[in-house]
Write a protein that binds this ligand. Structure first.
Ligand SMILES: [Zn+2]
Length: 290
């Protein structure tokens, strides 16, 4: 019986290993060129921005540690220089999972003060190397590879430590998770995110950009200003509808089950596995009834 048990354990372990190996094998890192020296990399997790040039590589977000070898391979095809800086748009694991292995390559990590705080206080503990070494509370500029990169914080949007990055010369914006292109956004209410802060973040950023700006969203495909505006309209429309429900005395469960609220956007495909239409209605309710 014991033998069967251990054989069974080995079988399960092999199965788990082959599933995760398979998962990894299936992830392909795709590179899109956005300007002479700025690229967008997609794989699994948050979209990555890469800026190359004579000063070295500047990278934004890093997905998961298990993908780091593949991501580094993709970056190597763009530049043979070392990664000098890595910015985290916020603390979530699908954007910071590769911090440690990339810091081991010599990259200095930049992030908002609250990213440092959350990573530093996390359980289980974050390895020291994975922590940002340079943090800011409002705004920071990085001058690298002929680019002025404006890194700015928006308050209580997706989390309490969000940063967006704008490459002035290339006219490229990385929004982090303050934009899920064509998808309902995840808003981490337990980590300081809020509907009102999120909407304000998008409004504030739209002022900065023009019709030619290329936008790397936190999740979803490369986008433009019009798509960021459409996303804002969706957010404002849902906010107005959920406020009406709250004012007429509806409960969270009433809103969660009322598919009419989100129908227009459900039909457009905004609902997805992680944030389906019921979950986004609950998020709006929870954040707005406070
Ligand atoms: Zn996130």
């Amino acid at each position: 019986m014991k033998i069967f048990k251990s054989l069974f354990t080995i079988f399960i372990l092999c199965l788990a290993f082959s599933v995760s190996a398979q998962e990894n094998q299936e992830v392909v890192i795709k590179t899109e060129k956005l300007s002479d020296n700025v690229y967008m990399l997609t794989g699994q997790g948050g979209n990555i921005g890469v800026c190359v040039g004579e000063d070295g590589v500047f990278m934004i977000d890093d997905q998961f540690a298990r993908l780091t070898p593949k991501i580094l391979e993709a970056i190597k095809t763009l530049s043979d220089k070392p990664i000098q800086f890595l910015a985290n748009t916020h603390y979530h694991g699908d954007h910071t999972g590769g911090n440690e292995p990339i810091a081991k390559q010599g990259a200095k990590i930049i992030a908002h003060d609250n990213v440092y705080k959350r990573l530093n206080e996390s359980v289980p503990a974050t390895p020291k190397l994975a922590l940002p070494v340079l943090t800011f509370n409002d705004k920071l500029q990085l001058h690298i590879n002929g680019e002025d990169v404006v890194i700015f914080h928006v308050e209580n949007a997706h989390t309490d430590g969000d940063a967006l990055l704008y490459f002035v010369q290339s006219n490229v914006l990385h929004t982090g998770d303050t934009f899920f292109s064509g998808l309902y956004p995840y808003i981490d209410l337990d980590s300081g995110g809020s509907i009102n802060g999120y909407i304000n973040a998008v409004k504030r950023t739209l002022i900065l950009i023009d019709d030619h700006t290329k936008i790397i969203p936190g999740h979803g495909k490369l986008s433009n200003k019009k798509q960021y505006q459409d996303f804002l309209s969706m957010m404002e429309d849902l906010k107005a509808k959920v406020i009406t429900e709250i004012e007429s005395g509806k409960s969270e469960d009433d809103v969660a089950s009322n598919t009419n609220i989100t129908k227009t956007y459900d039909d457009l495909g905004y609902s997805w596995a992680f944030i389906n239409s019921e979950r986004i209605r609950r998020t709006f309710y929870k954040s707005l009834q406070q």
